[in-house]
Structures are given as structure tokens and as C-alpha cells.
Design a protein around this ligand. Structure first.
Ligand SMILES: [Zn+2]
Length: 340
């Protein structure tokens, strides 16, 4: 593995790495964005902020930004904190999106970590995560999708001269989970991400049913919103039942309040070739209990449904909705109940 040097010039030492350092371990981070290692380092060295780190690693290369014998400001534990003053920091790139590119970067970071452990005669006990020093949920993608032990196992494999594959933990789509809350209080948000507004919160040790999983977030069966599954422990799961027939789909949609006269729709199903498929897809989509999104016509609704992955061809529905009476009403009602 190639290590590219783009070391901080001494003219910037006073900002980025003012102290000399005898390191005692390695601290792992995730960048929380989707920049390459080269761009990440260029940005860090080019700006005037104190924030700094020793290495950035992506799927293709390792870029060395600050010499291992100088400190960096990465751990959030203050001017004399152990993390900031005693640890060599590694930023793993592409953590915002995750996926194969991130997995490759994580493996390269495990290789680099093993190399540093060997050079300093350390063991995996000398490998820490940002969270250990300041409580920040970092490296977020490793913690949410793989678990910290997964990364340590990759490092151990590298130390043993082997190469291990990262294994994702838990939470597959198509299953319903019961989970126990492990945080003291966990926010329930209006979408699958930390940027969505908070609807309510749930308390430690409460047990909840999660009916849909998206990006490490789970939709509560109650319909009150989404929780970050990293702060839960799985207590059980079952396969999610799927609606297979258009007839069942119509009654499921009536139960969810999307369709008010199921008899009408049972009679209308053969009026458009793809209508039975559409209602089946609709019935297998988790909906919010209230209506929220503010769509008022079929083209808007079709676009929203395509964005949510419910349909593939919004153009077809935009061109054909008027061939079935009340179809626009159905599309609009459904789209306004999507969790977007
Ligand atoms: Zn961090």
C-alpha cells in the first residue's frame, strides 16, 4: 500500500501541530463526508482552523498529512487531552455514504493501523476510537454499520498477515426487529437521519418494534418516527410479511387510510396494465400515520414516489393517471404519507 506524503509545512505548525509528541497509540475517525483522502488533506492543510489529523485514508491511497512525532487536534479532548497530545490519528474517508468504497478505505486504514502497531511494538489495545476521548459518535460509519470489534478484527488479521472482509452487523431490510433502547434517552425523528426534526423521544430499556430499516435508522411500528439503531440492542426479529396480491394490497391500503372505498379500486384494477403492480408496491411501503408532504397533483406525487423508490417510471404515471378516475387522488394521498 502506497503512502503519499503531503506533510504540513513548518510555517503552519503553530496552528495545526504545535507540540512534539511521543505517541502511545492510534485514534480512528470517520470524516463524515465523501471527499477523497487527497482532497481531505488539501482542505485541512489549506484552511486556517486548528482541526488536524495525521493520516487520511480512502479506497485507493493513504495520505500522510502530519508527522507522527507531532500532535494533531482531532480528539476533542482539549489542549492537554491524551487524544490530542498522545495519539496518531487516522481519518477514514467516504463515511457519509458508506458502502463498498468506505469498506475498502476501512481495510486500508486497518493495514495502516497494523503497520503503526508493528513499528511501535503496540497491540490492538493501543487502538482507540474518537468516541473514547470525547464521547463524539465517531467513527460513526464503523459504529453504526460494522461495530468497533469489526475494525479491531481487521487490524488483527493484518497483524497476522491475513486479510479479512468487513462484516456488516444486524439489520437487513425485509425483517421486522424488536429492539431495546440502550441510550438514556433516544430521539425519535421525522426521517431516517440526524438532520430530521425530533418528534418525541424514547427512554432507556424500552422495547420497540422496528418495521423498516434505512441507513442504520429504524422506523417505529407506532408510526411516531425513526430512531438511530446504533443506540439499540436487537432482542428478536421475524421475516416481514409481504403483500403479494392486488386484492390484499387494496385492503391493506384501506387499513392505512390511503383508500376510502376498496370496492371501487377492486373494480378499477384492470383499467391500467400496471395498476395491480402499483397497489402491491404501495401496500408494501411503510407510511406515516398523518399526511405531511404537501403534494397536490399526480406529477408531483409520481416524482416523490420515484424518489422514495416505490416506482421506477414516474413518466408513465404522469402520462396515464387521468385514464383512471380517482387515480390522481390516490397517488397524491399516498405520496403525502411517504416518509421522505
Ligand atoms: Zn472523529
Amino acid at each position: 500500500m502506497q503512502i503519499t506524503e503531503n506533510l504540513c509545512p513548518s510555517s503552519k505548525y503553530s496552528v495545526k501541530c504545535p507540540y512534539s509528541m511521543s505517541p502511545i497509540g492510534v485514534c480512528i475517525h470517520n470524516t463524515a463526508n465523501d471527499a477523497s483522502a487527497k482532497n481531505e488533506v488539501a482542505y485541512m492543510l489549506g484552511n486556517g482552523s486548528k482541526t488536524s489529523y495525521h493520516y487520511a485514508v480512502d479506497d485507493k491511497e493513504i495520505v500522510h498529512a502530519i508527522a507522527d512525532n507531532r500532535n494533531a487536534w482531532h480528539a476533542g479532548d482539549g489542549g492537554s487531552g491524551k487524544g490530542n497530545r498522545k495519539y496518531i490519528s487516522i481519518e477514514i474517508c467516504y463515511s457519509k455514504s458508506g458502502g463498498p468504497r468506505f469498506e475498502a478505505a476501512m481495510k486500508n486504514a486497518a493495514w495502516l493501523t497494523a503497520k503503526l502497531l508493528r513499528e511501535h511494538n503496540w497491540t490492538v489495545a493501543n487502538v482507540k476510537k474518537h468516541q473514547d476521548f470525547s464521547g463524539k459518535y465517531c467513527p460513526h460509519r464503523i459504529l453504526s454499520d460494522y461495530g468497533w470489534d469489526c475494525f479491531l478484527n481487521l487490524v488483527k488479521a493484518e497483524l497476522g498477515g491475513e486479510s479479512a472482509a468487513p462484516q456488516k452487523v444486524g439489520f437487513e431490510p425485509g425483517k421486522i426487529y424488536t429492539v431495546k433502547i440502550t441510550a438514556d434517552s433516544l430521539n425519535v425523528r421525522d426521517g431516517a437521519g440526524a438532520d430530521y426534526p425530533i418528534n418525541t423521544s424514547v427512554a432507556k430499556n424500552g422495547v420497540y418494534t422496528v418495521v423498516e430499516v434505512r441507513n442504520g435508522w429504524g422506523l417505529l411500528k407506532s408510526g411516531s418516527g425513526w430512531i438511530n439503531l446504533a443506540y439499540t440492542a436487537v432482542t428478536g426479529y421475524t421475516d416481514r410479511p409481504t403483500v403479494m396480491s392486488a386484492r390484499d394490497a387494496v385492503s391493506a391500503l384501506a387499513n392505512k387510510g390511503v383508500i376510502s372505498s376498496p370496492e371501487y379500486w377492486l373494480g378499477a384494477l384492470d383499467q391500467l396494465p400496471y395498476l395491480p403492480n402499483l397497489v402491491i408496491k404501495m401496500a408494501n411501503t411503510d407510511l406515516r400515520p398523518d399526511a405531511k408532504n404537501g403534494y397536490t397533483n399526480a406529477p408531483q406525487a409520481a416524482k416523490a414516489m420515484a424518489d422514495a423508490g416505490v416506482i421506477d417510471s414516474p413518466d408513465y404515471w404522469t402520462a396515464n393517471y387521468s385514464r383512471v378516475q380517482y387515480l390522481e387522488e390516490l397517488l397524491v394521498k399516498f405520496a403525502n404519507k411517504l416518509w421522505m
